[in-house]
Design a binder for this molecule. Structure first.
Ligand code: ADP
Length: 324
């Protein structure tokens, strides 16, 4: 038994063992704790992806007796697309839509598939959706991933991947409920680099959903979602901003909105001393609504972060391996 194992033999949250405690803490903070609360409505556009995820993940959990035999749920679902397009957000929405009880037995693993320094940020989020009984498997996977982090990149990511496959296959094949029906085990994975996934893993990720850059309507929705918590001046032309941000990812657009909404404050504090700033009332700082001129300025500062070549590569992979 490892350090931190509880009396019932299952490790509790916050007690992971591994050579990299910072990473364990980050996973816990960013993944487990930040998940609840995101709903489908927080995700702009991506209607087809939401429908597929609802059908592939949420419904089988709501009516497991229906999803048996030929209707058995997909073993693995992969979301792929350029960075910042909402894959993690969708995974979080799935977790919330599945309900909080379920969420506790759901797991999101970030696997850094390090193919070299320039790829250090490559990640593949794998979310193992397991029932209570499988917690042990989740933790053994977590330990494996933590122990595989830095160091021999190729070797470690291969080990992680093959162990993931073995575990998932083992659990899917062997687990049944008390009434003899099969337990539902799914892997929800996300990556910005689908072409780095080897054939064995790709085969297990049977449903492969493309998460593209937002189109015009999705960009409008994204801008609206982003501006929900601030006052917006009547001169703000959302259509115009959406038109001028073709090629921007959801994340880029969020940055545009964030930058624009900070502009009023920048104007207010210009030329003031620290003390004067400290003594400004809350109202005084925040009363300026975000105006079109703020967007004009933000648009000159925030550029699209996704290259046309990257989009092209995703589309090519989609036409070869994606699911409609
Ligand atoms: P990915 O996992 O695809 O790299 P994320 O899901 O982490 O991207 O998105 C990063 C941020 O960008 C989100 O937290 C959100 O603020 C914004 N964002 C991206 N896509 C969307 C979307 N479709 N709807 C709403 N917000 C989005």
């Amino acid at each position: 038994m490892q350090n931190g194992d509880a009396e019932d033999g299952k490790p509790k949250r916050g007690q992971y063992e591994g050579p990299d405690p910072d990473l364990a803490e980050m996973l816990e903070r960013d993944v487990l704790d930040s998940t609840p609360g995101v709903t489908w409505d927080d995700v702009a556009g991506l209607t087809e992806a939401k429908r597929l995820l609802e059908e592939a993940v949420v419904l089988p959990l709501l009516m497991p007796e229906y999803f048996q035999g030929i209707r058995r749920p997909w073993k693995g679902i992969l979301m792929f697309g350029p960075p910042g397009t909402g894959k993690t957000l969708l995974a979080k929405a799935v977790a919330s839509e599945c309900g909080t009880t379920f969420f506790h037995s759901m797991f999101l693993l970030l696997l850094w598939l390090q193919n070299g320094v320039e790829r250090a940020s490559v990640w593949c989020g794998a979310c193992l959706i397991l029932q209570e009984l499988m917690l042990q498997v989740q933790y053994s996977l977590m330990r494996l991933i933590l122990s595989a982090m830095p160091g021999g990149e190729h070797e470690s990511s291969r080990r992680v991947k093959s162990e993931l496959l073995v575990q998932v296959d083992g659990v899917s094949n062997s687990s049944t409920n008390e009434d003899g029906s099969r337990k539902i085990v799914m892997v929800l994975a996300a990556t910005n680099f689908p072409w780095d996934i080897d054939e064995a893993l790709r085969r297990r990720l049977e449903k492969r959903i493309y998460i593209p850059l937002p189109n015009f309507d999705s960009r409008k929705e994204l801008i609206r979602i982003n501006l929900k918590t601030v006052e917006v001046a009547s001169d703000v032309d959302i259509n115009d901003v959406a038109r001028r941000t073709e090629g921007y990812s959801g994340d880029d657009l969020t940055n545009v909105c964030r930058d624009a909404s900070l502009n009023g404050m920048r104007r207010k504090i210009a030329g003031k001393t620290r003390d004067e700033i400290k003594n400004m009332s809350k109202d005084e700082i925040s009363k300026d609504p975000v105006a079109m001129c703020d967007f004009e300025e933000a648009l000159t500062k925030v550029q699209s972060s996704v290259s046309a070549a990257d989009v092209e590569r995703h589309e090519k992979w989609f036409s070869e391996f994606g699911s409609a």
